[in-house]
Write a protein of this length. Structure first.
Length: 102
């Protein structure tokens, strides 16, 4: 393959290789579902901590490049948005299952 000036973006998957579907049942499925939410919550906590540290460094004049605060803010906002989207999708799916059973 020839060298490219711009490296193409590769898709990532939280659930293994892209294009492959893995079926899980029972406790394994519960653990996988729980793990996704735990990772999202930990990501929110981590990005919020990073944002707080960057804001402190900016306020005390310890920062050389102020754009890192904006990057930290955007990362924190994206992680919260992802968690809210996961929650909404889970609630929507739960409500749909309840409608199927009635």
């Amino acid at each position: 393959m020839e060298d490219m000036f711009i490296t193409p973006i590769q898709p990532i998957s939280l659930w293994g290789d892209a294009g492959q579907t893995t079926k899980v049942k029972g406790q394994e499925g519960i653990a996988a579902f729980k793990g996704i939410f735990e990772e999202a919550i930990n990501n929110v906590k981590t990005t919020e901590d990073t944002l707080t540290k960057e804001q402190y460094r900016l306020a005390t004049g310890q920062i050389e490049d102020p754009h890192t605060v904006m990057i930290a803010e955007n990362n924190a906002q994206l992680s919260v948005d992802l968690l809210v989207a996961l929650r909404s999708a889970a609630l929507q799916t739960y409500n749909e299952i309840l409608r199927i059973n009635s």
